[in-house]
Design a protein around this ligand. Sequence first.
Ligand SMILES: *Cc1c(COP(=O)(O)O)cnc(C)c1O
Length: 357
Amino acid sequence: MEISVRLTETPKRKPADESTLGFGKHFTDHMFIMEYESGKGWLNPRIEPYHRLALDPASSVLHYAQEIFEGLKAYRRQDESIVMFRPQDNCKRLNASAERMCMPQVDVEFNVEAMRRLVEIEKDWVPRLDGTSLYLRPTMIANDEALGVHAASNYIYYIICSPSGAYYPTGLAPIKIKVEDRYVRAVRGGTGFAKTGGNYASSIRAGADASAEGFAQVLWLDGQEMKYVQEVGAMNMMFLLDDALVTAPLDGSILPGITRDSILTLAREEGLDVQERRLAVDELMEAAANGRLKEAFGTGTAAVVSPVGQLSYRGEMLTVGDGGIGALTQRFYDELTGIQRGRLPDAHGWITPVCRG
Ligand SMILES: *Cc1c(COP(=O)(O)O)cnc(C)c1O
């Protein structure tokens, strides 16, 4: 499939101050978009000026949330070149989400090329300040113009780009999280492993309550017994228990994070005792209380690594390690951002070049 390109005649003014970009507030001049019709496949892939979508009020996505998305970043390096981090893996995960949600597949190599072409066209939008990036948001929506709960016959796939600020403008900072003991995110046989809008819609109540209580994130427990720790809003969780790096297994209820996989790969190579296993919240709180919980951190594209300083469960607040940033947490952050920024070699083929900049 050939991607056609139509460039804007009215480019936007780019945000002047890269230190106040924030997240998801600014969007670039162009987008990738194509439509799907059952029996015909994907049609008319194109890059064109960023624009609003016109949807029929009956459009299926608006009623039944048949929707999936991805999130990944393009980085500008010291030599001005631009790269993406593991885009093939995002494209594969998009297809895994699509399969679960009864949506059409997008060819992985084609999708990576669509991202690469779009970022190349938007290269002047990739910020330079340390820690900043161009965030890509691939999205697929169902778009039948009729009511009725079943797989749609029509879909739209698009990719938009948003210049994003540094997650930690003043360096890594520990966050406070609340173990959620009332609501759950995913259930056995549900959609926990898919990046689908409904998972996030159903999490907003818990997030709002936790935020009102002064917590940055909610740590979810499993949906069956509310006993085992899973992940936080958009990050997988890792715990350094004595000398073991413990994280929830990919059992279908957590999102298979690409940052999670990258850190587990580095940890195994460094000879760490990596345990992908169920971790009971009681074991976690007990370890925190008797000093065996040395470090805890979230992993995800947005923050890369996010240290956790305090954990609260059923009103009891415990400190992780000394409440600061653990040595291992800091090292994983430095290693992964080093590979992304080209300060460290890419021994795993994780980097996809976009252009020379
Ligand atoms: C996106 C996401 C993650 C992190 O995935 P990465 O590929 O590392 O960015 C973890 N958990 C949830 C629920 C997510 O939506």
